[in-house]
Design a binder for this molecule. Sequence first.
Ligand code: ADP
Length: 255
Amino acid sequence: MARLAGKTAIITGSGNGMGKAMALRFAQEGAQVLVSDRDEAGVQATVDAITAAGGKAVGDVTDVSDEAAVKALVHRAETEFGHLDILVNNAGIVDNFKTVVSATDESWDKVLKINLYAPFWSCREAVPIMEAQENGGVILNISSVGGFFGGRGGAAYVTSKHAVIGLTRNIAATYGVKGKVRANVLAPGSVVTNIGATITDPDPVGQKALQASGGFESPQGSGEDMADAALYLVSDEAKFVNGSVLVADGGWTAL
Ligand code: ADP
């Protein structure tokens, strides 16, 4: 029996990288996936790959820094599929290792909107939908080892990744006890699909601090490694796992 048979899922940032790997994996396990990204070509490529493999997916182009668009995205799952079982907040950006000194209001806001406000906005819409459903629902927010360690990214990135852990635990504590909504975090280490590849014009002070912390000397996971970890957390096998953070970093931060 497929592990997500009959389930529906929204995955933001699933046009590329680990979000794409999650979309493919969830579809392979029987989920209908709303593949969402601001990258239209990426959305199409993910939908095509799922369809070619015999899975079911609907494409959606949404910029998650737009509150109204995030709201529409969550409700689109209900329109398309009739219910919303799984929400994965995976879309994310880095801040090029900007430090507290070199960050500007603009760079700070940009990172916080995508990495933190978007999960807040989508959870605000999704929790009532999930609570009203007989079988509830599952939220998975993607943090990072930067959610625990100051030296795994720039100031805004690290702040956003710490904060999303707090948001998720609060959702679990507030809504999870009724058994209707589970909310967990996946905290990847270095991933080859990595968001790190999108770094442009790195801040030299922040980059040097990251190097000094050993931030570049990490085992590299694949998007599929992250998809397998995510699959566990959203599946019924994790039905008693709520408010947890699963670190998937190949042992990097255990060192
Ligand atoms: P990783 O998979 O390592 O996190 P990627 O950069 O490959 O890194 O994937 C991040 C995804 O998030 C990309 O597909 C990107 O288009 C998406 N994304 C980034 N910002 C936004 C945004 N504002 N709205 C929607 N998707 C976004």
